[in-house]
Design a protein around this ligand. Structure first.
Ligand code: FES
Ligand SMILES: [Fe+2]
Length: 330
């Protein structure tokens, strides 16, 4: 693939992330930007989508300017080269290439999967791994409700916001934080317990009493699962678009028999308000947490400090040999 691809997706290399909800996929090309790379997705088979770097291997034109031919083949708009499933070139106009010659021409394919209501991509060109999904997004086929916002923020700041237990009484003082504001203001203390899992971190926050806690799980690299109660989990993905923009997407597995439209309308209303409150804060923060050395931390910042350690190991120094497997947090 050459050196060009060595730095692909440098903001978040070697990870699975949802890229776009299935509800946004129709029967045409979909341009995407993930972790600073421009991509194009297109339906290349009955239940199959192909994702390519949005860069024609001929002269680098954006493949998303092209068109989708009826047989699930993408045709570049510049010189009409045709690319099928997996980026394989099928035809080069004006040139009588045999199959052996055509086989050597490929657009750069990005591994993708359909899972949990989204089209997922791997931020690299090859992998043996699969997306890590919590139990709450697995199981028999069911509906998923999604809601999205685009934030002017670096993805790491968004992730930190969603693994931060102590901001609700202030950032969400009139909504989900109203219940703990008095406790916080009257000198109540919190205690956070963190367990390492092969997919990330499972965390409990205990306020005052150690008997009742609020649980959230962080799945590397960019998902938080908030456990509001039995059967009610909210999954929040912080999907890097580029250095200054992040797509924040909430995903709920819909209860069996739930009317999808009414559920989504209700969920979107709640999520819209709460995420607007988070967005106000996160957009005010300076960019990448890589430059956050001057920030002061306390005991209740343990979750974000754990994330920063993972980020340093797996993103900032991803090119160096790692003492632990990619999904292990230390
Ligand atoms: S640049 Fe795509 S066919 Fe020439
Ligand atoms: Fe929040």
């Amino acid at each position: 693939m050459g050196d060009n691809n060595a730095t692909l997706f440098g903001m978040m290399p070697g990870q699975w992330t949802p890229a776009v909800p299935l509800t946004e996929l129709g029967d045409d090309l979909v341009p995407l930007e993930i972790a600073g790379e421009r991509l194009v997705a297109f339906p290349s088979g009955a239940e199959d989508w192909t994702v390519l770097l949005d860069r024609c291997p001929h002269r680098g034109a954006a493949l998303s300017l092209g068109r989708l031919l009826p047989d699930g083949v993408l045709q570049c708009r510049y010189h009409g080269w045709r690319f099928g499933a997996g980026g394989q070139c099928q035809r080069v106009p004006f040139n009588d290439l045999n199959d052996a010659a055509l086989t050597k021409i490929r657009a750069t394919a990005i591994p993708s999967r359909m899972a949990a209501g989204c089209l997922w991509i791997y931020t690299g060109t090859a992998t043996d791994s699969e997306p890590a999904l919590p139990d709450t997004l697995q199981g028999p086929p069911r509906g998923f409700g999604t809601y999205q916002q685009e934030w002017n923020a670096h993805w790491t700041r968004a992730v930190e916001n969603f693994i931060d237990f102590t901001h609700p009484p202030y950032a969400h003082r009139d909504t989900i934080g109203a219940y703990t504001r008095d406790f916080a203001e009257r000198g109540g203390t919190a205690h956070i317990e963190i367990e390492e899992r092969d997919w990330g971190l499972s965390m409990m926050n205990f306020m005052g009493s150690r008997r009742f806690g609020f649980r959230l799980d962080w799945y590397a690299p960019n998902m938080t699962c908030l456990h509001f109660g039995p059967g009610h989990q909210l999954h929040v993905y912080s999907i890097p678009i580029n250095a200054t923009h992040t797509r924040v997407m909430t995903v709920r597995a819909l209860p069996p028999g739930q009317d999808q439209a009414s559920w989504e309308a209700r969920a979107a209303g709640i999520d819209h308000q709460i995420l607007d409150e988070d967005r106000l804060i996160v957009e005010s923060q300076p960019g990448d947490i890589a430059n956050a050395d001057a920030e002061i931390s306390v005991a209740t910042d343990a979750p974000t400090l754990r994330f920063r350690r993972w980020y340093r190991q797996h993103v900032l120094h991803a090119d160096q040999p790692q003492p632990v497997t990619r999904s292990t947090v230390q």
